[in-house]
Design a binder for this molecule. Structure first.
Ligand code: AMP
Length: 270
């Protein structure tokens, strides 16, 4: 496995198909599933590890964000990754900026973190231009991010296929996240309400319930006691859904003492 720090050395990574997994490190099984899929589908795989400052708002956890480079590199090596990119100096003082479309970037995550998605698209655009992968892998856990990245790739005619990947959970249902380390034991138990409520919603829809009011009420019973940021029902195109007849994404975010956790479920997708 090679470690690339100099962005201009990425050109050396020639192959028939190149898979790319952008991450902020503190790698866990969620990231590993993306990496495994990339290795399966491409001749070579490159992983980037970069805690991107432009997607953090002032006062957020940029400095405290978990970093574990040594363990991350060892895990990548063990998985069979061909190269790890550790970006340096990728921002210039004066550069054109990307604005995520307001209608999507100002709701849910964007409402809580204004400007966050501008920073996400800014770094993903740079990384895709530097790495020039055949395919890039993104988790459905960050559903709004995935949608906005797909939208950017389509809008800018970028020659990379975006591959959405399923959410990986702990045995008890909690969606894996680098930020789970911020949870106390008691909070971790409380956090299980997120996946439990989503599982219930899925079961209700599978039983034929199409009324979002009913689904929301039943989910709220499970979520009782959590400090919710949002519970939202969105269509595939990230506009608010009016019923559960077609494709639907149910998204939740909740506050804990040291972090905010996200979870979601994709219904009637594939
Ligand atoms: P991050 O390091 O948090 O920026 O995540 C890097 C990529 O891994 C993103 O595309 C995430 O959506 C994805 N990811 C993070 N957690 C999970 C998970 N539990 N299951 C699947 N993908 C995940």
């Amino acid at each position: 496995m090679i470690i690339i720090k100099d962005k201009f050395k990425l050109n050396d990574l020639k192959s028939k198909s190149l898979g790319f997994v952008p991450t902020m490190g503190a790698l866990h099984e969620g990231h590993f599933s993306l990496i495994r899929k990339s290795i399966e589908q491409n001749e070579k795989t490159i992983v980037s590890i970069y805690v991107n400052p432009t997607q953090f708002l002032p006062g957020e956890d940029l400095d405290a964000y978990p970093r574990n480079e040594e363990a991350d590199l060892a895990a990548c090596e063990a998985l069979g990754v061909d190269a790890v990119f550790l970006p340096q100096d990728i921002y210039l003082e004066n550069e054109p900026l990307i604005l995520a479309p307001k209608s999507i970037a100002s709701v849910l995550e964007g409402a809580s973190r204004p400007g966050h998605f501008d920073g996400v698209l800014r770094v993903v655009n740079k990384l895709l231009n530097l790495v020039r992968p055949t395919r890039a892998y993104f988790g459905k856990k960050d559903a709004q991010q995935l949608f906005l990245v797909q939208n950017m790739v389509k809008s800018f005619f970028l020659p990379t296929q975006i591959i959405p990947c399923e959410i990986v959970r702990a045995d008890d249902g909690l969606a894996l996240s680098s930020r789970n380390v911020y949870l106390s034991e008691a909070e971790r138990c409380e956090a299980l309400k997120l996946s439990k409520s989503l599982k219930l919603a899925l079961a209700l829809v599978e039983d034929g319930c199409e009324d979002l009011g009913v689904i929301k009420a039943k989910m709220s019973e499970v979520l009782n006691g959590l400090r919710l940021d949002y519970l939202a029902f969105m269509d595939e195109d990230f506009t608010p859904a009016s019923n559960a007849k077609g494709k639907l994404i149910i998204l939740i975010a909740a506050f804990f003492s040291k972090c905010r956790l996200l979870d979601n479920v994709w219904i009637k997708h594939g």
